[in-house]
Design a protein around this ligand. Sequence first.
Ligand code: HEC
Length: 195
Amino acid sequence: MQFTMFQKIGLSVLIFAWLVFGSNFLADKLFTIENTPMETAATETMQEPVAKVTEDVVEEAVVEAVEATVVEAVASGTNGLNALLASADMDFGVKMFKKCKACHTVDKGGKNKVGPNLWNIIDRAQGGVEGFKYSSPMSALSGTWSLEELNTFLTSPSAYVKGTKMMFKGVGDDEDRAALLLYLNQQSDSPIALP
Ligand code: HEC
């Protein structure tokens, strides 16, 4: 059989088209018939572990975050302070008070100097010494100097009372402050019970 050039071209185009569409059709069939159940199975088996892993990772991260917060709270909070007080040294506290002596007396009935007398300071009313002229931000305080409050105040007085006239940068070291608090607690008619 003789084909003209045009017929040949037409035929090849037809064959080519058939091949392309045919294989596409075949692939579609294969995919839909064979792959769909596999795909479903894969989705079922794969998604679960993936979800589980994600859940585990999230859970772990949450647990870690909570633990970190608790550790931090313990270290800086009451429990941490209690632990520091339990191991604090009284003699060291006496030494630490030298930092305060320029401005404060701590003996019973001691006079006010640049700062108020500090006898009975633990659990005393904040800004509560009669006749001492406090700055207005300090006289505006209405709480008491609990160990925790005093601990925070002494870390950085100007951060605790913005605008205080206590010109003292604070005692940055936790153990130093604990020793100081231990000493101050003793300068009282009724020292509070420490852990
Ligand atoms: C340079 C002087 C100066 C030094 C040093 C100083 N203070 Fe003060 N302190 C003051 C003044 C002034 C006030 C009053 C602040 C105000 O009215 O804002 C004050 C207030 C206080 C108060 C609050 C008293 C109350 O009646 O509410 C406490 C507690 C205190 N000082 C403890 C200390 C301790 C402990 C030290 C040593 C670690 C110290 N201060 C070092 C000047 C000083």
